[in-house]
Design a protein around this ligand. Structure first.
Ligand SMILES: Cc1cc2nc3c(=O)[nH]c(=O)nc-3n(C[C@H](O)[C@H](O)[C@H](O)COP(=O)(O)OP(=O)(O)OC[C@H]3O[C@@H](n4cnc5c(N)ncnc54)[C@H](O)[C@@H]3O)c2cc1C
Length: 463
């Protein structure tokens, strides 16, 4: 059987970053990516979930010098983000966090960025096998290796391979991660109870649309999010500007939610009295575009779908699992990184940056025989970001349309007070409502302090 030092499952941002670091530190490294076709990539590649916004300080979290990132990766420089509530809105022009990048952020060509990370890993000497999936992983805790447990991976071509260390970076579906973790979870508990509970499963749907130039100008330097327009936790549509006058219009919504679950359907602008069930993703998008631009434009004619993009005829559908992260069973020589580990934010679905960084750390530690430090090191590197995201997600979990209007009103008042349009701040003191929001945020952060946000802690694994 073939034997390697480090095997990586999944070739998205987490997996390729892990491969680059493991190989760069001298480990014999192999990465398996099952390979997914896309309209805008000639060969099979990772499952590039092509909605890509990057905020200024996220580049520092990735631990890249922004000047390294190739120009063709960047679509648009961003100056702001706009949150639109049912009858209010708020514009934020700075994230409020120190960063080396000079602008608010950028939108990027996700497949190109993924391909760049792939190239870096190949250049570092990793063996990247795109088109070969991993179908099973078994850990031998009593292996005779002086470095402890080893793993046997069964591949989609039927072959097997043995690895000393494994980095699991198989994204939100976690086909291999869940089985691998369940080798070590206590009897009667399954990792899927934490990582894939029904209430945290979301679907993301998006379309590429060509906008009339005068309309595109309205958002060419900003991301727009509509909060409180559709029911469900972490359910909101958005527009991200791409190249030319093409924008991605998308949304996330919970899987399995029904109209009967909605307390006050009449309060949501994207629901209609005649609805017998919740609209599909494409119907929500059509309603959003009608609501925003339908008075002046014929949506289907003037803002058409661009069919040669994305995964399938200008549209893409993805699973997203929005949960809190888990510690890895490092005692079994396994690190879980990126979306598989639960780093994608349940508040705004951003996760590229934390996937890259957790992958880099996992790869470096696996490549230097020090994987036992993984849970401590990732918390030091991305713990603040995770803490912000889980705290925000908790606060807005049961917001209804009126709550969004109230919150945006408060933020606008606060900005009036400080003249400082910041996305994230804990400096606000103006007014009772502002104090209320800040107190809630601080309380959530306190509850989750010292890594308390992890859903399975390292000492809960049984070896
Ligand atoms: C619609 C949408 C919008 C988003 N918007 C943003 C955004 O604007 N900004 C941002 O920062 N983040 C965004 N995210 C989140 C971001 O895409 C994820 O956080 C990130 O992709 C996680 O990276 P990953 O490498 O962990 O997983 P993934 O990117 O999911 O990669 C996992 C890879 O593993 C492969 N794989 C799975 N199983 C196997 C197997 N058994 N064998 C071999 N290969 C396997 C898959 O094919 C895939 O390529 C968005 C996500 C979605 C769905």
């Amino acid at each position: 059987m073939e034997r390697v030092d480090v095997a990586i499952v999944g070739g998205g941002p987490a997996g390729t970053s892990a491969a680059e670091q493991a190989a760069a530190h001298g480990a014999e490294t192999v990465l398996f990516e099952q390979g997914v076709p896309r309209e805008d990539r000639e060969e099979l590649g990772p499952d590039s979930t092509d909605a890509a916004g990057m905020l200024d300080y996220w580049i520092d979290i990735m631990d890249f010098d922004y000047r390294e990132i190739p120009d063709e990766v960047i679509h648009r420089e961003l100056e702001a983000t706009e949150f639109i509530g049912p009858s209010s809105s708020v514009e934020l022009t700075t994230t409020g966090i120190d960063s080396s990048y000079p602008n608010f952020g950028y939108t990027f060509h996700r497949a190109r960025m993924d391909d760049w990370l792939h190239e870096r890993a190949a250049d570092a000497g990793a063996d990247l096998r795109v088109g070969t999936g991993v179908s099973d992983l078994e850990t031998d805790l009593r292996a005779s290796s002086p470095k402890g447990p080893t793993h046997t991976l069964t591949l989609s071509n039927g072959e097997q391979l043995e690895a000393q260390y494994v980095v699991l970076a198989d994204g939100p579906q976690r086909r291999i991660t869940l089985e691998a973790l369940d080798q070590f979870t206590p009897p009667g508990r399954s990792s899927s109870d934490y990582l894939s509970p029904p209430e945290a499963n979301h679907i993301a749907y998006q379309e590429y649309r060509e906008f009339p130039p005068e309309l595109f100008e309205e958002f060419e330097d900003r991301l727009k999010f509509w909060w409180g327009h559709m029911p469900g936790e972490t359910a909101y549509p958005w527009i991200f500007p791409n190249d030319g006058t093409v924008a991605r219009v998308g949304l996330t919504m919970p899987i399995g939610m029904t109209l009967e679950d909605v307390d006050n359907p009449g309060s949501y602008k994207l629901l209609r009295p005649e609805d017998e069930q919740l609209p599909s993703g494409s119907e929500y998008i059509r309603r959003l575009l009608e609501l925003e631009y339908g008075d002046e434009y014929d949506v289907e004619e003037d803002i058409p779908i661009v069919e040669d993009r994305g995964k399938s005829k200008g549209t893409e559908t993805y699973p997203i699992s929005s949960t809190r992260p888990i510690d890895s069973p490092v005692g079994a020589n396994i690190a879980v990184a990126g979306g598989a580990m639960g780093t994608t934010s349940a508040f705004h679905e951003g996760g590229y940056h934390v996937a890259v960084r957790s992958g880099k750390i996992a790869g470096r530690l696996a490549g230097t025989d020090s994987l036992e430090n993984y849970n401590d090191v990732w918390k030091r590197a991305i713990g603040d970001e995770i803490l912000r995201n889980v705290a925000f997600a908790d606060i807005v979990a049961d917001y209804e349309p009126d709550d969004w209007d109230w919150a945006f009103g408060v933020v606008n008042d606060m900005q009036g007070d400080s003249g400082d349009n910041v996305l994230i701040s804990n400096k606000y003191t103006a007014g009772l409502d502002a104090t209320k929001i800040l107190a809630k945020y601080k309380k959530r952060k306190f509850t989750y302090r010292d890594g308390g946000y992890v859903q399975i802690a390292e000492d809960e694994y049984h070896y």
